[in-house]
Design a binder for this molecule. Structure first.
Ligand SMILES: [Zn+2]
Length: 146
């Protein structure tokens, strides 16, 4: 018989939920996901994550700015004891973006393989399971594969 894999099957949707829609945009047109920066309409300060008031001028109106998908790993930690719903070991760290923002994020990849100042890029995937065992999907960073 021919290759069964080429036959179309109804796609099973992953039982997953987004961690927070204010943080991350995953375009439905196939575009690459990006983190949502919030630029103050009064003074231009850029922040991530979203704040209710601009810490610089107390402005309340913001425009969403797609943040750079690549940055450098400022610092990180490997963890062997995780909170409930997290598979250990895992790593997290601070990523410096060109916009002069420092992002705290989980890192995708094996612990003991990360280095400070290395290039990392945004990715999207499960960060942990919720109480019902459903994976929470959010942003992570991984080594740049060039
Ligand atoms: Zn402001």
């Amino acid at each position: 018989m021919s290759d069964e894999k080429n036959q179309k099957k109804p796609e099973k949707k992953p039982d997953a939920t987004f961690f927070h829609p204010d943080l991350l945009e995953v375009p439905t047109d196939g575009g690459k996901p990006y983190l949502k920066g919030y630029r103050c309409k009064s003074c231009g300060q850029l922040d991530f994550p979203k704040l209710s008031l601009c810490p610089s001028c107390w402005g309340e109106e913001f425009e969403v700015v797609p943040l750079s998908r690549r940055g450098t790993l400022y610092s990180f930690s490997d963890n062997y004891i995780g909170q409930a719903g997290m598979k250990t070991p895992y790593s997290f760290g601070y990523i410096d973006l060109p916009e002069n923002l420092r992002i705290f994020a989980q890192l995708e990849g094996e612990p003991k393989t990360f280095f400070c100042d290395e290039a990392v890029e945004l990715t999207v995937g499960p960060v942990r399971d919720n109480r019902d065992g459903v994976p929470l999907i959010s942003y992570k960073f991984r080594k740049v594969e060039d």
